[in-house]
Design a protein around this ligand. Sequence first.
Ligand code: XMP
Length: 513
Amino acid sequence: RILIIDFGSQVTQLIARRVRESGVYSEIQPFNAVTVETIKAFNPKGVILSGGPASVTGIDTPRAPQGLFDLGLPVFGICYGEQTMCAQLGGSVEEGDHREFGRAFVDVTGDCELFKGVWAVGAKEQVWMSHGDKINAIPEGFRTVAVSSGSPFAAIANDEKKFYGVQFHPEVMHTPHGAQLIHNFTHRVCGCTGDWTMGKFREEEIAKVRKQVGTGRVICGLSGGVDSSVVAVLLHEAIGDQLTCVFVDTGMMRKGEAEEVVTMFRDHYNIKLVHRDAADMFINKLDGVSDPEKKRKIIGATFIDVFEEEARNVGGADFLAQGTLYPDVIESVSFTGGPSVTIKSHHNVGGLPDRMNMKLIEPLRELFKDEVRILGRELGLPEHFVGRHPFPGPGLAIRLPGGVTREKLEILRNADVVYLEEIRNAGLYDAIWQAFTVLLPVQSVGVMGDARTYDYVCALRAVTSTDGMTADFYHFDMEFLARVSNRIINEVKGINRVTYDITSKPPGTIEWE
Ligand code: XMP
């Protein structure tokens, strides 16, 4: 196992993820909670120091426990981690005169265990940099093994002590061989065997949940999405009937989805499930509302009311389980630590735990979406469920710019079915992060069978993404778009025109509202 000491970088979780991908268990501890004793108690095979926003040159800056460097453990410092290791071992760091951000190239000038089989001396390698300070002298016992134009000590090594430092970020995708460097650290340098798997994660989480919950009762909001489904099945495996799932049917789901959720969780998994059909209530509350934020807030608040009522009906609970993922955690924390701008009010059951005096259980908090999918498969969830595109909490309401009516919901549902069917038939579903239709509050004139039509316009959306935070529109071929357009106009009553949305995120967002 590997200990990651977090100095507050935006991408510390990515380090953990790369370590997991190398088949090694890791835990992240914030720098201000780590002591030599806690390290010894954790008993890691090696320690990684993360990047962070602080400057080593400031007074009273974040440090690793000094005793760490006397434990005989391998240490890998990344960015700020390299700088603090340098400063703490007798090197020096100064404020840089030019900051290095983004793509850069390093020249590999020396060999070391970290580079074995990945980077060769003399090669020029692409990396991702993000730093302001600069090391200007390295501690005794270290050698420089890579340099860049902005970083004369882009990578340093002390083979005898097994201390390594890099100024760049090997954990991000923009450092193409970064994952292999981290693999070399965990395997070659620390001697980890690499037999950790998602199966182990499942066992560990089940044990943790059992310990946390004891004989208490847990309630879990089921939405039909991958995340809450995985949480429900994991918890059910851990605590059986101490878990009750509540599925609030907002009436904003796609065709057939509500039935599928109920059948699968109640009949197949035998999970205690409360199904509350609240469609009328949601539609009534949304009547005449067209402002996107108002719609989101109404849905969020109504959801909480209904959920709370149902939770009370089943006798309340001590814990609320949520499928919060790591990207949800970072999206809610701004880069500078200050309040970030709210682009959209995300719909979740935030606020409930306080109101109902429940403690939170979030077993997926450290995982990324694709890791959750692996865990879902591990738990035996069917492939078409695990591989599902994300679906927003407010559902179809935010795919109907303008007012929400039963009629429009029906038209949207019918168009969505056709579009997704064509995507699946073309074998494109898994290549796309998310695909859906949007029904515009615009009518256009058409001609069908010699008659004039005056019907709604439908926009198709499909994007590729790795985390939903940035996205590009999917480049369909024209034949495909023509087929979908044809079918929608022929088969879906109420639509006479189809457009394709070619906006990426940013500047657009994935959903229209
Ligand atoms: P945007 O539209 O902000 O969406 O680019 C990014 C991802 O988040 C999903 N999304 C939501 N998910 N509750 C959710 O659980 C919400 O309120 C919500 N709004 C957007 C969206 O579908 C995309 O995957």
